[in-house]
Design a protein around this ligand. Sequence first.
Ligand code: 5GP
Ligand code: MN
Length: 339
Amino acid sequence: MTKDDITGIKELLASKKNIVIVPHKNPDGDAIGSTLGLYHFLLKNNHKVHVIVPNDYPHFLKWIPGEEHIIKYDTNKTDSEALVGQADIIFTLDFNAFHRTGNMAPVLENSKALKIMIDHHQEPDNYATYTYSDVTMSSTCEMVYHFIDKLDLLEQIDKAIATCLYVGIMTDTGSFRFRSTTSKTHRVIAHLIDLGADNNTIHNNVYDTNSHNRLQLLGCALSNLEILPEYRTAYITISQNELNRYDYKKGYTEGIVNYALSLSNIIFAAIFIEDKKEGIIKISLRSKGSFSVNAFSRAHFNGGGHNNAAGGRSEVSLSKTVEKFTSILPTYKKDLNND
Ligand code: 5GP
Ligand code: MN
């Protein structure tokens, strides 16, 4: 964002506006934390603000301040479309292209509202009047903090905003361990704690609300783990039947792929999750070091994301998807053994 952009945004926000904030489909901690953090901040500045999410989000995020006001597009299309229609400004957070909002994409494409993007994914589309994109950032939540700083309004960050932003920085950095975590990230986190974020409670709320079923599903996933040492790769599959067996709820599979990546000498991990309702296999890819799962997913699985964390999808069966995955690996053998 240039100085002129910041001046432009300051002028824009100087008078009361109708504002809608939208994150990507299947919102995660960063998507919910950043939209709600910005929501509280804009409310404080006397705007009319609504957070509209494309669809539901996991139980472990259903305590974040302001969460009860979130509108879900898929179950409330009429209100959502009316609010988008009335909006002067739409903030799009934690995604880089409209299609990442699923069924909401045409609603956003057709909207005449001014768009402001805040996002840390690679290769952002160019739809926004103001694009604040920084792929070196740990999270969109960290960027919302810097966004507020650029407006010279850091002193407005209160406990609610600090809590929201803490959640997304924590979840997108794997609790401050991924490479994207910088000393700057830690300074932001330290400041958020000073401003009222209760770090211990936040960790408990997000990570220690497992159900017995969720842990059983994790056990099942781990017993499906396959290791391909010659490619320093490990992958996990979960079928729809297995999800049903453990009464799958949104969020149950979050983070499971990291167990595959935690194996000694493994630098590339994948999880393939069958979704019969959508007719797809949902893929999460993770890596360590220079192997880019963003490039891999863009090339083979219709997805993208970051260098070390990306998502994708496949429209063939679970076994055919795994077959495709393992058949591609020889092409990358050198890259995978480089680090
Ligand atoms: P996850 O595996 O947790 O679904 O996604 C990992 C990261 O990649 C997240 O930052 C997510 O937003 C991003 N991501 C997931 N799926 C896609 C996709 O289809 N396209 C792009 N560009 N990013 C994705
Ligand atoms: Mn993010």
